[in-house]
Design a binder for this molecule. Structure first.
Ligand SMILES: [Zn+2]
Length: 241
C-alpha cells in the first residue's frame, strides 16, 4: 500500500466519523426538542372510520336534521325466526338497527327506532323509513342472500324505487352477500308498516340475510351490515344513485 493511499483512507475515515457525529447530533437534537418521541402507532380502522372514509363530508351544521324511522324487525312484539340453538331474528335486527342508528346520528341525521307494532307508526312522517328483518333459519337449499322491497301500491313509487335501488347497491357493496330476489314474498310487498306510515314517507323493507346459511355475516359482521344500510339511506337522502 502506498503512503498516498493510506493518507486517502485516513481522510476517508475522518470524513465518515464526522458525518456520523453530525447525524447523531441531529438525532439527539430532534429527540430533545421536537417532542416527537417514537412514531405514533397507526390507528386501526374502526367501522366509523371506514364509514367516514367513504363519506368524508358530514352534513353541514345548521341545517335541520333529516329524520329516519327504523323498525328493528319484531322488536317489542315477538322473536321472529328462531334457530335450534335459540338465536332469534329479533336479537339480530335490534343489534343491527342500533348500529345503523349510531352511524347515522354521528353523521348528523335524526334516527328513531320504532316497535314492530305501534300506534306511532300510523301516519308516521319522516324523510325515510326502513324495516329491517332477517330470513328463516330452516335448512332450505340455496337460502342465502338478501332482498329489498317496497309496498306494492306505493303512493310515491319513484321515491320508493330509488330507496330500494340504493339498498340493493349499497348493502351488497358493504356485505358482499348475494341477491335473493326470487324469494320476495307477498308478506314483503304487503308489509303492514309500509301501509301504515304516511303516504308521502318513502319506505322499504330489507331482509338482511338468512339465519342459517348467512349466520356468520349476521352475527359476526354486523358492522358491515350496518354500514351498508347507513350508506343506502345516505344514498337515498342525498340524491343517489
Ligand atoms: Zn321478520
Amino acid at each position: 500500500m502506498t503512503e498516498r493511499i493510506q493518507q486517502r483512507l485516513k481522510w476517508g475515515e475522518r470524513f465518515l466519523l464526522g458525518a456520523l457525529a453530525v447525524t447523531f447530533g441531529a438525532l439527539i437534537y430532534l429527540a430533545a426538542f421536537s417532542g416527537a418521541g417514537p412514531a405514533a402507532p397507526v390507528p386501526t380502522p374502526t367501522p366509523t372510520s371506514i364509514f367516514l372514509a367513504q363519506h368524508p363530508h358530514p352534513r353541514p351544521q345548521g341545517l335541520p336534521a333529516k329524520k329516519i324511522g327504523i323498525i328493528p324487525g319484531h322488536w317489542q312484539n315477538d322473536s321472529g325466526a328462531v334457530c335450534e340453538d335459540g338465536l332469534t331474528e329479533a336479537e339480530i335486527t335490534l343489534s343491527v338497527a342500533n348500529k345503523v342508528k349510531g352511524l347515522l346520528e354521528w353523521y348528523g341525521y335524526e334516527v328513531e327506532l320504532l316497535p314492530e307494532f305501534s300506534p306511532r307508526i300510523l301516519g308516521y312522517v319522516a324523510d325515510a323509513f326502513l324495516s329491517i328483518h332477517a330470513d328463516s333459519c330452516e335448512p332450505i337449499e340455496g337460502a342465502t342472500g338478501f332482498k329489498v322491497a317496497r309496498v306494492e301500491n306505493s303512493a310515491i313509487p319513484e321515491q320508493d324505487d330509488r330507496l330500494v335501488a340504493c339498498l340493493w347497491k349499497e348493502y351488497q357493496a358493504a356485505t358482499q352477500l348475494p341477491r335473493h330476489e326470487g324469494s320476495i314474498t307477498n308478506d314483503m310487498l304487503h308489509y303492514h308498516a309500509l301501509k301504515e306510515i304516511a303516504p308521502q314517507t318513502p319506505g322499504a323493507i330489507i331482509e338482511i340475510g338468512f339465519l342459517r346459511l348467512d349466520r356468520e355475516t349476521l352475527v359476526l359482521r354486523q358492522d358491515a351490515i350496518a354500514q351498508g344500510i347507513a350508506n343506502a339511506l345516505i344514498c337515498f337522502l342525498e340524491g343517489g344513485p
